[in-house]
Structures are given as C-alpha cells and as structure tokens.
Design a protein around this ligand. Structure first.
Ligand SMILES: Cc1cc2nc3c(=O)[nH]c(=O)nc-3n(C[C@H](O)[C@H](O)[C@H](O)COP(=O)(O)OP(=O)(O)OC[C@H]3O[C@@H](n4cnc5c(N)ncnc54)[C@H](O)[C@@H]3O)c2cc1C
Length: 390
C-alpha cells in the first residue's frame, strides 16, 4: 500500500469513528492512536514513521473532508517538547507524556532562560541536588512563556558545579503545579503577560522525570533549541498567508504611494522566497533533529516579520498609532492570540529575541554553516563554579 493510501485510510477511519464536531480531546486521542498526529514519529508514538513532508498531506486532507476539525497547536510542546522527548526520553516517558501533549490536555513550557543566563544559557545557575530517588531544585527562571497554564516544564538545571558549564547540567520535566513552584506574570510591550518569572524553592522532582543521563542536559537542550528554531521560523503556510497576507490586506484597503507599492512588492518577494526555502527544507527533512540550517529560517523570519509589520502600521497612517488596550491580559492558552495589526507590530519586536537572538543566529550560521572562525570562549573548559559571574 502506498503511503498516501495508508494515510487516507487512517483519516477515513478517524472521521468515520469519531465526530469531528464532537469532543476535541476524544477526536485528537484517536488521531494520535491512528498515527496521524505527527506522521514522521514512529508507530505507537503518534506517527507512521513517514517523512515529514507527508504531514502536509494529512492536514490538507483532514481540512478538506471535515468542516471544523478539532486542532490544537502549542509551539513549545508540539514544536519542541515532543521531538525532544522522542530523541531523549525513555519508552515509559514517551508513553506517559506524548499523547496528552498532542491533544492539549497537558500544556508544556520551557524553563531555560535565567536573569543571568539568556544567550549564554549554558551558564545557568538553577541547582538540582540528588536526594534519594528525588532531586531538590532551587533557582529562578525568567521569560517563561505560558508557565501559568502549563502542566510540564522543560527544565535545565546545574547538577555538577565543578564540571565545565556545558557538562554539568541535567534536563528534567518539572511539574509546574507542584509545591515549591511560584509563577509571577511579566507584562510585555503588547500589554499581555504571555511569559512569567518562575521561582523554584526546595521543589522535589522524582528521578523518573529526569530526561537522558545525569550531565547530558546540554545535549538535550540543544535538541530542544534546534527544534525551537524550526518551529518558530520554518513553518510553511499557503502563499499570501501569515504576516505578508496581512500586509497585502492593509495595502488593498488603504493603498499608498508608488514608493509604498515598491516596498510592499519587495517584502512580498522576500516572504515568498523564505516560504519556498522553508518548503524545500521541509521536503528534504526526513527524520531526526534539524541541523543549524534552522537558524537561517529563524533569522529570516524574525527580521522579515519586523519589517512587514512596520510597513503595515505605516500604511495605516494615524490609525496605526491607536491601540485598543494596555490593560494587563493574561492569555488563557498557547493559541489565545489577539488578531490586530498594531498588536502584531508590537509583538514582532520580540521575534529577534525569543528562541535565540538574531546576533546568536548569525554566530551559529557563521561558525557552523559557513565555517568561519569561532568566537573566543575563555570559560569553556573552566569548572562552572570558577567562572566569574555578575
Ligand atoms: C517573547 C519571548 C518569549 C520567550 N520565551 C521564553 C521561554 O518560554 N523560555 C525561555 O527559557 N526563554 C524564553 N525567552 C527568553 C529568550 O530565549 C532570551 O531572551 C534570549 O535567549 C536572549 O537572552 P537575554 O534576554 O538574556 O539577552 P542577553 O543574552 O543578555 O543578550 C543581550 C544582547 O547581547 C547580544 N549578545 C549576547 N551574546 C552575544 C554574542 N555572543 N555575540 C553577539 N551578541 C550577543 C544579544 O543578541 C542581545 O542583543 C523568551 C523571550 C521573549 C522575548
């Protein structure tokens, strides 16, 4: 049986046995069990072991034969957590966490950044100390998106301060609702509090929630980050969709000068080139963790998005300066996003910071893709405890 026939059969079975207009969780659980959640994942893990490019076929066919099919997309859990767990988790961990992650029953967040460790995340200070079959965690994380609604957090903590910084960390799944976790909202330029500060005080994490080996935290963090860059920058929508589609809508409604038209055209060409490049990368990708090319997609996405929304707000004229509310809004879910050009303009400022700044993306591309000389890293082989910190 061909791959498309196999997928079509599974989709037909899903829709025949489960009402797409019915219960979302039940429908998505069945989708996972039939292997058409993430087709590139192995059988029994929500997939069919097929190349990534078949996911597009699944989504299009499901959209075509169902009017309002239940969907849920969580960029952190789906885009980063699931591939991380598949690459580094045990069978028990994959069995426990993947299905409720796909259905949205359990939302995930990412606990990497700290007040003293952002771009240099390997310098982080949050400590985890082994105590029997548990770990006791103390420290602070920051900019933690959706921490306030998450069930699980991907935590990197220092377990060996005497080892060089990259070798003394361990990766855990942390229960965000456990005793010892305090979450405080942080307000952004949009007025919303998508992200938070997270404090851990004598938090206990069972050994069963450790991911991969003790001391392998950096390796697992890299898998997470590589997937994050593709998840943020590598998504492929239809032509004219996304930010460039919104700019075209504003252009059609408001118009502008010849110079404006040239600029809109130029941005359209760049957006289309980026879209087609991502499409090609997606088709070439078979299985496994994406490489540093994900940084290209992330860099282009961030810089282009900022330019597109700047132009859209400029075309709006004085109306571009009006903003509906600066009241504190706390999103209720990962897909709870207000649709407004002015809000998107303000939010796009974060694109070149979140998931690694544009400067860091350029460093990665320079060193790992172009083979240029690396940055001087004087603390690389020093024990973390001996590295001076501010
Ligand atoms: C909207 C948003 C959501 C986020 N969500 C999360 C989340 O869910 N979880 C999480 O863990 N983190 C999250 N972050 C944090 C994000 O990953 C960090 O902000 C980012 O990695 C930069 O770290 P920093 O803010 O500490 O800046 P710094 O690392 O202090 O950088 C400051 C400036 O110095 C530059 N710089 C630093 N090092 C170098 C270098 N070696 N070469 C050249 N320039 C350099 C940077 O580019 C930047 O301009 C989020 C951030 C934003 C804006």
């Amino acid at each position: 049986m061909g791959n498309e026939t196999l997928i079509n059969d599974r989709i037909d079975q899903l829709v025949a046995e489960h009402d797409p207009a019915g219960d979302r969780t039940e429908f998505m659980r069945a989708q996972f069990d039939l292997g058409i959640a993430w087709v590139a994942f192995p059988k029994g893990r929500g997939g069919l072991g097929l190349p990534h490019s078949y996911q597009d076929h699944v989504d299009k066919r499901l959209d075509a034969i169902t009017e309002h099919r239940p969907t849920f997309f969580d960029i952190i859990g789906h885009g980063m957590g699931a591939p991380m767990l598949l690459a580094h988790g045990t069978d028990e961990q994959c069995d426990r966490y993947l299905r409720p992650l796909f259905t949205g029953e359990e939302v995930w967040c990412q606990l990497f950044s700290e007040p003293g460790a952002g771009s240099d995340v390997a310098g982080l200070s949050t400590r985890a100390i082994k105590d029997g079959d548990e770990w006791i965690v103390n420290g602070q994380k920051v900019w933690t998106t959706v921490a306030h609604i998450a069930k699980w957090g991907m935590l990197v903590a220092r377990t060996d301060p005497e080892a060089p910084k990259h070798r003394g960390m361990t990766y855990f799944l942390m229960d965000m609702q456990a005793e010892g976790v305090e979450i405080r909202p942080l307000r952004q330029i949009t007025g919303e509090a998508e992200f938070n500060e997270v404090y851990m005080t004598d938090l206990r994490i069972p050994e069963s929630q450790r991911i991969d080996q003790v001391g392998a935290g950096w390796r697992v963090a890299l898998t997470t980050l590589m997937n994050e860059r593709v998840a943020i920058g590598g998504r492929v929508g239809p032509r004219h969709s996304g930010p460039i589609g919104e700019l075209l809508d504003v252009w059609k409604e408001r118009g502008g000068t010849d110079a404006d038209r040239d600029r809109v055209m130029q941005l359209w060409v760049e957006a289309e080139a980026a879209r087609l490049t991502n499409l090609r990368a997606q088709q070439n990708r078979t299985h496994g963790t994406p490489g540093p090319e994900g940084s290209t997609a992330k860099l282009v996405f961030a810089e282009l998005n900022k330019q597109i929304y700047s132009k859209a707000v400029e075309l709006l004229g004085a109306a571009g300066m009006l903003y509906d509310t600066y009241d504190l809004i706390i999103p209720e879910g990962p897909d709870d996003v207000r649709s407004d050009i002015r809000r998107s303009f303000l939010r796009s400022r974060a694109n070149s910071i979140e998931g690694g700044t544009s400067e860091i993306m350029r460093n990665i591309l320079g060193e790992r893709v172009l083979g240029l000389p690396g940055e001087p890293r004087i603390d690389k082989d020093l024990p973390w405890a001996e590295v001076p910190r501010g």
